[in-house]
Design a protein around this ligand. Structure first.
Ligand SMILES: [Zn+2]
Length: 173
């Protein structure tokens, strides 16, 4: 999916966190963190380009930095889960959940795209979450619909916590 779609869908991780943790003032910050976490897996899209220019010893990293490989896998999600739990839960109890769900939302919706995702990396099998005839390319119909749904989710969340997002309130700070 496109970056904008990943960002708005990832921000909706805050919805789930709000069901588990009592949230208040931290909602705007958590929205931003969910969006950023959802953009992280595509660091392999840029590093892959750099990598393919090299060869030899760098070939060891081919699988790791291959687009929709390691960074889109359950292995990467598990590592993110452990690291955020260890290092970020002391900042805010909802922080690991928002980061894990934001990050995990990325490979999940990428699974609706035609190329598929290597969920079980280091097993290099690309898996689609929909039958091939239902999958769409990046920026296709499903991409646009997910973007709209993601924005709607954020708007509903902002309405729920409207006092945090009102102009008057921001000016009081
Ligand atoms: Zn991706």
């Amino acid at each position: 999916m496109s970056g904008k779609t990943h960002a708005v869908v990832g921000a909706n991780a805050v919805w789930v966190a709000a069901l588990v943790y009592p949230l208040g003032n931290e909602v705007p910050v958590l929205l931003a963190i969910g969006a950023l976490a959802a953009l992280l897996p595509d660091i392999d899209a840029t590093s892959a380009k750099i990598h393919y220019m090299g060869s030899g010893a760098l070939g060891v990293f081919r699988g790791v930095f291959h687009h929709r490989g390691f960074f889109h896998s359950f292995l990467a999600i598990s590592i993110i889960a452990i690291l955020t739990q260890l290092f970020l839960s002391s900042y805010h109890p909802a922080l690991p959940m928002v980061m894990i769900l934001g990050y995990a939302s990325h490979p999940i919706i990428d699974g609706f795209n035609k190329p598929g995702v290597e969920y079980f990396f280091p097993w290099r099998k690309r898996i689609r979450l929909l039958p091939k005839w239902l999958t769409t390319p990046v920026n296709g119909v499903v991409d646009q619909l997910l973007f709209i749904a993601g924005v709607a989710g954020i708007v509903f969340l902002m309405t729920t916590y409207s006092d945090l997002f009102s102009v008057a309130n921001v000016m009081l700070y």
